[in-house]
Ligand binder design. Structure first.
Ligand SMILES: NC(=O)c1ccc[n+]([C@@H]2O[C@H](COP(=O)([O-])OP(=O)(O)OC[C@H]3O[C@@H](n4cnc5c(N)ncnc54)[C@H](OP(=O)(O)O)[C@@H]3O)[C@@H](O)[C@H]2O)c1
Length: 379
């Protein structure tokens, strides 16, 4: 496995995200321990030394699973363990210590190598500053409970800069793939963080699997025209690994076949090694997906002050993903699960506040009607 340097250590350029492990009976909380153990061993044996979990993954079972794996395998001191503070559950300074203690217990260890403030955004940053997160990270580093402090991030670029400058972080974790070069932190954030000396761990390199699906229909036609043996997953990972600023590319592999394939990719790809032919393929794929965009929303959230609290950018994101990647069922499920009926698109009162602020000049009122019709339909 090719390694990349972070401070005085060498990290495998492919990391294992313990968020999408194989499960039993389709139940997220029932990790298929036998299969998952086998997958972790295969990854470790091939040189993967960075494993990323978090408090909520697998309905709160991922950290326990990791702890049991480390105990059975005796590998604790031979790999780097990353987990994340569930910031949204912290209401006081004492909560920081309380969650970290519980996480150390779940993981059966006395220290966490890479500890992140989980899912930071502009709003959460304000709250975390009020609660005194900097003092907590300083103390936890000083007493050895954590080795490196970082944050994972989901918001726009300006919020990324705010978080980046709010503490002397060692590393960060950002969403990055060939469709998200200009989304959230994006390429600009990757370069900025790397320039400031932070390690940059990548999440969603295959857009949570959307860029890795077996091509069907029109996409199959396009893919066949490439006349290549490469798979969509391989091409997607090779694009991320091509960036020298990336430290670890995390993938949440959910089957032994995916592990084997991604290990092969990470053994054969590296910075500056993407060929012109592959770049051309990526361009075609971007064009293909972009043409299937339902609404040209960039997620800037200038429309955030909706009097009905309609999360316009999130709704457009669900709609766009369904149209681009064919993930219609999952978009409809997320729309219903994540957005309360009183905030759904059909609650729009047509005040036009959003349209006045939209830099893309999107006819938001009309688009919300169409989005609701699509997302609220039965699958
Ligand atoms: N901090 C945060 O806020 C945050 C957010 C997201 C992720 N993460 C972390 O980052 C890690 C990586 O993100 P991710 O899991 O979204 O990564 P990803 O690689 O973009 O998506 C993983 C999914 O891609 C598909 N896949 C992977 N390899 C494949 C292959 N060779 N062939 C076909 N399909 C393949 C699988 O989908 P199927 O299961 O559908 O087959 C897999 O579940 C996570 O596991 C987690 O540890 C953190």
């Amino acid at each position: 496995m090719r390694k990349r340097k972070f401070r005085d250590i060498e990290l495998s350029q492919l990391g294992f995200g313990l968020m999408r492990l194989p499960v039993l009976d389709g139940d997220e909380s029932k990790i298929d321990v036998h299969e998952a153990d086998r997958m972790l061993h295969e990854a470790f044996d091939a040189g993967v030394n960075y494993f990323d979990t978090a408090w909520p993954y697998h309905s709160g079972r991922s950290e326990n699973f990791a702890g049991e794996f480390l105990k059975k395998s005796g590998l604790r001191d031979r790999l780097y363990l990353a987990t994340k503070l569930p910031c949204w559950l912290c209401e006081s300074y004492e909560d920081f210590d309380r969650y970290l203690s519980m996480q150390l217990e779940r993981l059966g260890t006395d220290h966490i190598d890479f500890y992140l403030l989980h899912a930071m955004d502009g709003q959460r940053l304000t709250k975390m500053i009020e609660l005194g997160f900097g003092r907590f990270l300083d103390e936890a580093k000083r007493d050895g409970r954590i080795r490196y402090a970082g944050f994972s991030f989901h918001d726009d670029y300006s919020a990324f800069e705010d978080v980046l400058h709010s503490y002397d972080f060692d590393f960060c974790q950002i969403q990055f793939n060939y469709m998200d070069e200009e989304f959230q932190a994006g390429l600009r954030g990757l370069k900025k963080a790397a320039k400031m000396g932070l390690g940059v761990m990548i999440m969603e390199p295959l857009k949570g699997g959307q860029l890795a699906k077996k091509p069907e229909g029109d996409l199959k036609e396009l893919w066949d025209s490439f006349d290549t043996d490469e798979t969509p997953a391989e091409l997607g990972l090779r694009w991320v690994l091509d960036h020298p600023e990336v430290t670890v590319t995390l993938s949440g592999m959910s089957s032994p076949e995916q592990i084997s394939e991604n290990l092969r990719t990470a053994q054969s790809a590296g910075p500056g090694e993407l060929t012109d032919r592959e770049r051309g393929m990526i361009e075609e794929l971007r064009k293909f997906y972009s043409e299937r965009t339902a609404v040209p929303c960039t997620g800037c959230k200038y429309c955030i002050d909706c009097p009905r609290g309609i999360p316009i950018a999130s709704i457009f994101k669900y709609w766009n993903e369904a149209r681009r990647y064919g993930t219609v069922d999952s978009a409809r499920k997320r729309y219903r699960a994540n957005i309360k009926p009183e905030n759904r698109a059909d609650q729009c009162i047509e005040c036009g506040n959003c349209e006045a602020h939209c830099p893309q000049k999107i006819p938001v009122i009309e688009m919300l009607k169409q989005a609701h019709e699509f997302l609220n339909a039965d699958s």
